[in-house]
Ligand binder design. Structure first.
Ligand SMILES: Cc1ncc(COP(=O)(O)O)c(C=O)c1O
Length: 381
């Protein structure tokens, strides 16, 4: 599909970047002047600032959110022979991270009203090999920290959070990335906190875990040229860290702007429930950071999802689906042995969800347009 006139883009990063462009350019310039491109000063400074923002002692920058999960799990002692519980409805990187750590992902269904992992289903999936639960704070809403901690306590499991979509999200007094033994974040450009390429970070309160990630990301060498384990090359570039360090102080404000946009969507779309539009439950209040604004379509509207997207597209409105196929039905992971029907909630959500434009700076009149065109489709068809 080619769009000549985008009226409401799915994401627009210029609102974030334009006002701070000079600060970012200056920060990049300073890295160039210092020449410390690998493991440089701005990386250490950003790691300290990000750890403080998340309320943990340590943060270790790596080259992607996927590696944050893979190396973070390894640093927590998870590997071959271990099973890790994860939701079936997540971005595939969660699965990849577990597999790259050498462990086996055990998929679990989700709750239909929040799309977050169903802890009762997780309890039923526990075996003697289960070592960890990896909750995904999907779309920007944290999985209940209290329930997670109780769950991990009962079954004696490690919690490793996938906080790739939940920078500075809060719930029950906890900040995302501070609930478990460790957590992984992504700085993919469109994330709530994004860099200008690929990047990620592991947060933890455990000094040993932090040290292990530092070693793993740097060829498994806690000391230069002394390799105590098989590591990899997965550092967060100093230039990316310098950019992130400039952006971090604005993150709360940007998350608030996302919340305001979500409130307006709620106001406009909540009345459309009887017409087939259901909103996902927000149990975190203003602690939800709305990385994505996802609605559910009930039948018969759900079967017209593609048509709705095309209709909105023709009106200049971009939409997305996060995600169209649950992890267990992706061809690459058939070997895990799951079948269609194994996770009914995740499977039906995949058919019903629709992501509407969401980014800080999304103007009221654009949200009005999206809401109006959605309603127009419903009344027309
Ligand atoms: C839930 C989730 N986990 C993990 C990742 C992986 O992050 P990255 O793309 O930085 O590897 C992403 C984002 O892409 C994500 O949305």
């Amino acid at each position: 599909m080619i769009l000549t006139d985008v009226k409401v883009p799915f994401v627009d990063l210029s609102w974030q970047h334009q006002p701070i462009q000079q600060l970012i350019e200056r920060a990049i310039q300073q890295v160039i002047e210092r020449g410390d491109f690998i493991l440089g000063k701005a990386l250490t400074e950003f790691e300290t600032a990000f750890a403080r923002a998340c309320g943990v002692k340590y943060a270790v920058g790596v080259s992607s959110g996927t590696d944050a999960i893979a190396l973070g799990l390894q640093a927590c002692g998870i590997g071959k022979g271990d099973e890790v519980l994860i939701p079936a409805n997540t971005f595939i990187a969660t699965v990849i991270g577990v597999i790259q750590a050498g462990a086996t992902p055990i998929l679990v269904d989700c709750q239909p009203d929040t799309a977050l992992i169903d802890l009762e289903a997780a309890a039923n999936a526990i075996t003697p090999k289960t070592r960890a639960i990896l909750p995904v704070h999907l779309y920007g809403q944290m999985v209940s920290p209290q329930q997670l901690l109780d769950f991990a306590n009962i079954y004696n499991l490690i919690i490793f959070e996938d906080a790739a979509q939940a920078h500075l999200a809060q719930r029950e007094g906890y900040i995302a990335g501070s609930v478990g033994l460790a957590a992984g974040f992504s700085f993919y450009p469109s994330k709530n906190l994004g860099c200008f390429g690929s990047g990620g970070i592991v947060t933890t309160d455990d000094e040993g875990v932090a040290q292990k990630v530092r070693s793993l990301r740097n060829y498994g060498a806690p000391l230069k040229y002394f390799h105590t384990e098989i590591g990899t090359n997965s550092r967060l570039d100093t230039i990316q860290a310098a950019i992130l360090k400039v952006k971090l102080p604005f993150l709360s404000e940007w998350n608030q702007a996302r919340n305001q946009a979500a409130e307006q969507y709620y106001h406009n779309l909540k009345p459309l429930q009887s017409q087939g539009i259901t909103l996902l439950e927000n149990r975190a209040g203003s602690g939800h950071v709305y990385h994505l604004y996802v609605i559910r379509l009930s039948q018969p509207l759900a079967s017209q999802r593609e048509k709705i997207q095309q209709y909105l597209h023709a009106e200049g409105i971009q939409t997305g689906i996060h995600y169209p196929v649950p992890c267990h039905l992706q061809p690459a992971y058939r070997y895990l042995g799951y079948q269609p029907g194994d996770f009914p909630m995740a499977e039906s959500l995949c058919e019903q969800i629709l992501s509407l434009p969401m980014y800080p700076g999304l103007e009221n009149d654009r949200i009005e347009l999206v809401s109006e065109k959605l309603l127009q489709f419903i009344t027309k068809y």
